[in-house]
Design a protein around this ligand. Structure first.
Ligand SMILES: *[C@@H]1O[C@H](CO)[C@@H](O)[C@H](O)[C@H]1NC(C)=O
Ligand SMILES: *[C@@H]1O[C@H](CO)[C@@H](O)[C@H](O)[C@H]1NC(C)=O
Ligand SMILES: *[C@@H]1O[C@H](CO)[C@@H](O)[C@H](O)[C@H]1NC(C)=O
Ligand SMILES: *[C@@H]1O[C@H](CO)[C@@H](O)[C@H](O)[C@H]1NC(C)=O
Ligand SMILES: *[C@@H]1O[C@H](CO)[C@@H](O)[C@H](O)[C@H]1NC(C)=O
Ligand SMILES: *[C@@H]1O[C@H](CO)[C@@H](O)[C@H](O)[C@H]1NC(C)=O
Ligand SMILES: CC(=O)N[C@H]1CO[C@H](CO)[C@@H](O)[C@@H]1O
Length: 635
C-alpha cells in the first residue's frame, strides 16, 4: 500500500487556492469598451465550454440570494450560442451547444423543476420555427414540446400555465383580405397564433389566431413586406401569453402596442390595454409615461391573482427607427371599473433603449429583475425601483447592435445533478477539473493510483488521497503535491456534507509533460456516469482524506460567507479591469474615456444616475417629431 496522504499538503493547498476561471469583473472599462474581446468570456482547461463573463456596473450584496441567472446569449459575437446558467457570483454553472436558443427559464411541472427553452431556426423575419425543450435536473431532455397541426413553435413564448399546460406562440402563414388596411384582396399575413397543449401527450387544447379577432386597422404599423405570399405581413406580432385562474389569456401584441385579454373558450377579446381600442382609464399622474402608452412591449404577465400586470415596455420600434428608453412597469388593474395605475416603474441607470426583446420578473426575494433583451444587460431593482445590481454580459460599446443578446433573463433556484463524468485535465504539477451543470459540488479531492484497472474503482486500497480544494467556479485548479508519484490521477466531487457525488475518469500523469494526458473528459455528452455506492466507503476510511475534507468545507464556508474573503477575491481582479471598491469608484475616470459607438450614448453611461431622467425626457420629446416623420413617410 502507498503512503497515506499528507494533511499538511492539503492545508497548504487550501490556503493558496488557485482561481481558475476568473469570475466577474467590477466596473471594468476594458470590458465595456471591448478590449477584453467582442464577447468577454471565460475559457477553461478542463472543458471546451465557453462561459459568458459579466461586469458588475453596480453591485450590492443584496443581490446575493443564492439563486442562479438564466440567459441564452446569442448574436454575431457569440461563437457558442446556447442556454446558460450562471451563479450569483457570475461563474458559469452550465451550458450546452444547442445553437440559437431563446427564453431559457425554469418551471415547475408535476412537482419537478425543468429548464425550458426554444431551439430552432430564428432567421424567419422576426420570429422562428423550432421546438421547446424541457430538461430535468440531470439535464436530460425529459419533454420536447412541438406545435400541433404541423405548425412550428416560435421563439417568443413558452409558458407553463397554472393548469400545468404549455402555451406558446406560432407564426402561421394565412391568406386574408387586406383591403381594410389598404392592402391586396389576396393578401398574406404571418398570423399571430398561439396554442395550448398537454405537455405529456401533445394534445391540442386551445388554438387562437389573431386575424379572427383583431382588426387590421388596429395595428400601429402599416402594411410592410407588401403582404403577398412571398412577403407576408406580420401585422400583430404576438410575443407573450399568460393564462389566469379564470382560464382566460393575456396576450401581448407588439405591433398593436397593446395587451389583450382573451376569453379562454370563445377566443373573443374581452378588453384591450393600450393601443387604439384601449378600454382602461388611466389613473397614474405621477409617472413619466402613462400605462396606456406602452409601446412595442414584451413579456406581459399577470401578478397578484390577476389584479396587476408586469410588462417590459421597450418603447422602441426596431432597428433604424427612433428609440425611446425602455422601462419595466408594474401596473395595478381594476377589471371591474376598468382603471389602470402604475404602481412601480423600473428605469435602467444608463437609460438603455432596447429595440427588441426584454423581460421583467418579480423575484422570490421581492426584488425585480429586468432583462434588456437586445442589449447584453440585466438590472436588479428593489420593488420600488432602486437599482441594486446592474450587470453587463457584453461590452456597452456594442449595445444597440444586437451582437450579444439574450431574449429574456431570469433568476431562479436550480439544482443540477448531471449524469455525465466531471472533466479533468492534468498538466505538469497542476490539475483542472470541472463538472458542467453540477450545482452541489463544494470540494474537489485529488487522488493517485498506480493501477488503471477500472474494476478496482471501489477498492479503496488503490486510491491515495493527494489534496482537497474548495470548488472555486466552473473550473477549479489543484496543485499536485511535489512528492506525489503515481501513474494515474483522478478527482472526486464532494458536496457540503462530504458525500462523493462523482469522479472523473483516470488521467495518466506525466509530471514532465505540460500537456494533459487524460482518459476521458472534454465531451459534454459523455457516457452516463454510474458511480457505485462503494466509492463512499472507499474514501471515508482514509483519515487524511477526512481531515482534508473538513478543512476544505471550512475554507469553502469562509469563502462563501466572509466579507473579508470576498474583498480579497475582488482585489485579485485589480489587474483585470479598473477595479475599485464601489463606493470609491470614479465614474469619470473609470468609464469616461469610452468613445461613443452607434449604440448606447456613453456620456449617458458615465454621467447619469437615476436622478438624471429629466434631461432624457427632454431628449425624448425632441426626437418624437422624428418618430412621427418616420412613421408618416412609411405609410
Ligand atoms: C372594450 O372596448 C370595446 C370596444 O373597442 C368594447 O366592445 C368592449 O365591450 C370593451 N370591453 C370592456 C370590458 O369594457
Ligand atoms: C383570485 O381571484 C379570483 C377571482 O378572479 C377569486 O375567486 C380568488 O378567490 C382569488 N384568489 C386569491 C388567493 O385571492
Ligand atoms: C369600483 O368603483 C366603485 C365605485 O367607485 C367602488 O365601490 C368599487 O370598490 C370599485 N371596484 C373595485 C374592484 O375596486
Ligand atoms: C403614484 O402614486 C400612487 C398613489 O399615490 C402610488 O400608489 C404609486 O405607487 C405611484 N407610482 C409611482 C410610479 O411612483
Ligand atoms: C517514482 O516511483 C518509481 C517506482 O515506483 C521510482 O522508480 C521513481 O524513481 C519514483 N520517482 C520519483 C520522482 O520519486
Ligand atoms: C450530499 O449528498 C448525499 C448523497 O447524495 C445526500 O444524502 C446529502 O443530503 C447531500 N448533502 C447536502 C447538503 O445536500
Ligand atoms: C412617452 C414616449 O416616449 N412615447 C413614445 C413611445 O414610442 C413611440 C414610438 O415608438 C413614440 O411615438 C411615443 O411618443
Amino acid at each position: 500500500m502507498k503512503l497515506v496522504s499528507n494533511p499538511i499538503v492539503a492545508v497548504a493547498a487550501l490556503l493558496a487556492p488557485v482561481w481558475a476561471d476568473q469570475g466577474p469583473y467590477f466596473q471594468s472599462s476594458p470590458f465595456e469598451t471591448g478590449k477584453l474581446g467582442a464577447w468577454p468570456s471565460e475559457t477553461y482547461r478542463s472543458s471546451s465550454a465557453v462561459g459568458a463573463a459579466i461586469n458588475y456596473v453596480e453591485y450590492s450584496p443584496d443581490c446575493l440570494d443564492g439563486q442562479k441567472y438564466f440567459i441564452a446569449p446569442r448574436g454575431k459575437s457569440v461563437h457558442k450560442p446556447g442556454p446558460m446558467i450562471l451563479d450569483q457570483d457570475g461563474h458559469m454553472i452550465w451550458t450546452k451547444n444547442y445553437g440559437q436558443t431563446y427564453n431559457l427559464n425554469v418551471y415547475q411541472f408535476k412537482g419537478q423543476d425543468y429548464l425550458t427553452f426554444w431551439v430552432g431556426n430564428d432567421a424567419v423575419v422576426g420570429h422562428g420555427q423550432g421546438i421547446y425543450y424541457m430538461l430535468d435536473s440531470s439535464y436530460k431532455e425529459a419533454y420536447i414540446v412541438r406545435g400541433a397541426n404541423r405548425l412550428h413553435g416560435d421563439i417568443h413564448e413558452f409558458h407553463i400555465t397554472l393548469d400545468e399546460t404549455a402555451v406558446f406562440t406560432i407564426y402561421d402563414i394565412r391568406q386574408v383580405d387586406l383591403r381594410s388596411a389598404g392592402g391586396p384582396k389576396d393578401g398574406w399575413i404571418w398570423d399571430g397564433t398561439f396554442q395550448e397543449v398537454d405537455i405529456e401527450t401533445g394534445e391540442l387544447l386551445f388554438q387562437w389566431h389573431a386575424s379572427d379577432h383583431f382588426s387590421f386597422t388596429d395595428v400601429a404599423r402599416g402594411i410592410e413586406n407588401s403582404g403577398d405570399k412571398e412577403h407576408p405581413w406580420d401585422f400583430f406580432h404576438i410575443n407573450s401569453i399568460d393564462k389566469d385562474a379564470k382560464g382566460n389569456f393575456l396576450v401581448s401584441s407588439r405591433h398593436g402596442n397593446c395587451l389583450i385579454y382573451i376569453d379562454g373558450r370563445s377566443g373573443d377579446i374581452i378588453w384591450y390595454l393600450g393601443g387604439k381600442r384601449n378600454n382602461f382609464t388611466e389613473l397614474s399622474t405621477n409617472t413619466s409615461r402613462p400605462a396606456v402608452d406602452i409601446t412595442w412591449q414584451h413579456h406581459a404577465r399577470f401578478r397578484d391573482n390577476g389584479t396587476a400586470i408586469t410588462i417590459f415596455d421597450n418603447a422602441s420600434r426596431g432597428v433604424g427607427a427612433p428609440s425611446y428608453i425602455s422601462r419595466g412597469v408594474y401596473l395595478d388593474i381594476d377589471q371591474e371599473n376598468m382603471t389602470v395605475q402604475i404602481r412601480h416603474e423600473y428605469w435602467n441607470p444608463h437609460h438603455l433603449r432596447s429595440q427588441s426583446q426584454g423581460s421583467i420578473q418579480i423575484l422570490d426575494s421581492g426584488n425585480v429583475l429586468v432583462g434588456y433583451g437586445f442589449n447584453a444587460a440585466w438590472t436588479e431593482y428593489t420593488i420600488d425601483g432602486d437599482v441594486v445590481c446592474d450587470v453587463h454580459f457584453g461590452p456597452a460599446r456594442q449595445f444597440g447592435r444586437g451582437n450579444i443578446v439574450s431574449y429574456r433573463t431570469f433568476k431562479h433556484p436550480w439544482t443540477g445533478h448531471p449524469k455525465t463524468w466531471p472533466t479533468f485535465e492534468v498538466f505538469s504539477y497542476g490539475a483542472a477539473v470541472s463538472w458542467n451543470g453540477a450545482t452541489e459540488v463544494t470540494t474537489w479531492v485529488l487522488q493517485g493510483t498506480d493501477t488503471d484497472a477500472y474494476s478496482d474503482w471501489d477498492d479503496d486500497e488503490n486510491f491515495i488521497f493527494l489534496t482537497a480544494v474548495p470548488k472555486s467556479g466552473f473550473e477549479t485548479l489543484m496543485a499536485i503535491p511535489r512528492d506525489a508519484n503515481y501513474t494515474y490521477l483522478r478527482a472526486l466531487a464532494l458536496n457540503s456534507t462530504g458525500h462523493v457525488l462523482g469522479a472523473t475518469k483516470l488521467a495518466e500523469w506525466d509530471p514532465e509533460s505540460d500537456s494533459a494526458l487524460v482518459i476521458g473528459g472534454e465531451d459534454l455528452d459523455d457516457d452516463i456516469f454510474g458511480l457505485s455506492g462503494n466509492v463512499q466507503s472507499l474514501v471515508s476510511t482514509n483519515v487524511g482524506f477526512a481531515v482534508a475534507v473538513v478543512l476544505a468545507i471550512c475554507a469553502w464556508a469562509v469563502k462563501r460567507y466572509s466579507p473579508a474573503w470576498r474583498k480579497r477575491l475582488r482585489s485579485g481582479d485589480r489587474d483585470r479591469g479598473d477595479f475599485a471598491p464601489l463606493d470609491q469608484f470614479d465614474r469619470e475616470a473609470g468609464l469616461g474615456d469610452i468613445e461613443g459607438g452607434e449604440g448606447v450614448e456613453f456620456s449617458t453611461l458615465v454621467m447619469h444616475q437615476r436622478g438624471g431622467l429629466s434631461s432624457d425626457s427632454e431628449r425624448e420629446e425632441s426626437s418624437d417629431d422624428e418618430g412621427k416623420r418616420l412613421s408618416s413617410t412609411e405609410k
